[in-house]
Design a protein around this ligand. Structure first.
Ligand code: NAP
Ligand code: ZN
Length: 349
């Protein structure tokens, strides 16, 4: 066991603080990674606050991990010392069920191991995430990061990136489609970039008029303020696809009215009960509401390679580890532009 420095919360809703955690010794198919950068996802906050009623404390968040390989186990085939690598929301799965065979480890029938607040198969203890100096991960869950991209700004691709890329790809968003991205935060800003790169006509649907200019420079063709009923009416029945990243309970009915006949809104944000949905909003127009969870490892690698090819990274604001509690408050206030990334060097000081 290696004792290392980390940052985590001791109890529900607590401020994060420095702590010592243990990492397992290197197993034959493990990769040991020195963490250089870690993105801050709204899910980190949900889990610190136990919003999903499954948090085990201490919670050491962080599943947008970028780092350099420092050591590999004897059976590791694809990585070597000094490689630039990423780790996302999963660090293990059974590797033999139907979902794993179909490259969708996120839906592993035996349950994937989450990067933090999951169960470490080797130690039986809680897993700890990327707000830490180092992590040990089974080779199959390590991603290769394109070298042409800004290293810091690639961290958010490991969760915000794949979570938005996967539904856009799965639902076949293509050139000319009118795509709405709901909520301009970490996920939403990546959603705009991907939908734009796929050739869609992108409409940013936001509660914050002050984000309109940014939305356009991120690649949105239009901005729709969701609180403006007149404007919402003008767009009624016109969208081919909606990607909903709103992180909390809300009323989806106004968004459903934006969809064309036979089109889909995919929910990735609110993992909790929603306001009641009016059946008529689905029945009239044969509309669909669907969900999506991150993406499999193969698809995550595809997404990273797509980003390398199209020069896509996240728009980030760098913070030091000890600014994390202020950053959490700003995410809660929808005041993030558009992803915080922690410089993990700052954990050493
Ligand atoms: P974020 O950075 O906080 O962005 C969320 C945005 O949603 C806000 O900036 C805000 O944008 C909008 N919003 C907030 N409250 C709202 C409300 N009450 N009504 C309407 N819009 C609201 O969060 P994130 O990191 O992108 O994560 C979004 C959600 O996705 C979180 O719940 C996270 O846990 C979840 N998530 C899911 C997956 C998955 O695999 N399904 C993966 C990662 C994260 P505007 O100011 O533009 O309105
Ligand atoms: Zn996340």
């Amino acid at each position: 066991m290696n004792k290392i420095k980390a940052y985590g919360a001791d109890e529900q809703g607590a401020n994060l603080k420095e702590m010592t955690i243990e990492r397992r010794d290197l197993q034959p198919n493990d990769v040991q990674i020195k963490i250089t950068y870690c993105g801050v996802c709204h899910s980190d906050i949900h889990q610190v606050d136990n919003d999903w009623n499954n948090s085990k404390y201490p919670v050491v968040p962080g599943h947008e991990i970028i780092g350099r390989v420092v050591a590999v186990g004897d059976d590791v085939k694809n990585y070597k010392k000094d490689d630039l690598v990423g780790v996302g929301c999963m660090v293990d799965s059974c590797q033999e069920c139907g979902a794993c065979e179909d490259d969708m480890e996120q839906f592993c029938e035996k349950g994937m191991t989450a990067t933090y607040n999951g169960k470490n198969k080797h130690t039986g203890k809680n897993t700890y995430g990327g707000y830490s100096e180092m992590i040990v991960v089974r080779e199959e869950f390590v991603l290769s990061v394109p070298n042409n991209l800004d290293e810091k700004a690639t961290a958010p691709l490991l969760c915000a990136g794949i979570t938005t890329y996967s539904p856009l790809a799965h639902w076949n968003v293509k050139k000319g489609d009118k795509v709405g991205v709901i909520g301009l935060g970490g996920l939403g800003h990546m959603g705009i970039k991907f939908a734009h790169a796929m050739g869609a006509h992108v409409v940013m649907i936001t509660t914050s008029p002050g984000k309109a200019e940014d939305a356009k420079s991120l690649g949105a063709d239009e901005v729709l303020i969701s609180k403006d009923e007149e404007a919402m009416k003008k767009h009624q029945g016109s969208f081919d696809f909606l990607l909903n990243t709103v992180p909390v309970k809300h009323d989806i009915n106004p968004y459903l009215q934006l969809l064309k006949r036979d089109s889909t809104m995919v929910m990735v944000g609110a993992i909790e009960p929603l306001e009641p949905m009016h059946g008529g909003n689905l029945i009239m127009g044969r509309k669909r509401v669907a969900g999506s969870l991150i993406g499999g490892i193969k698809e995550t690698q595809e997404m990273l390679d797509f980003c390398g090819k199209h020069n896509i990274v996240s728009d980030i604001e760098m913070i030091n580890m000890d600014n994390i509690n202020d950053a959490y408050q700003r995410v809660k206030d929808s005041d993030v532009k558009y992803r915080f990334v922690i410089d993990m060097e700052s954990l050493k000081n």
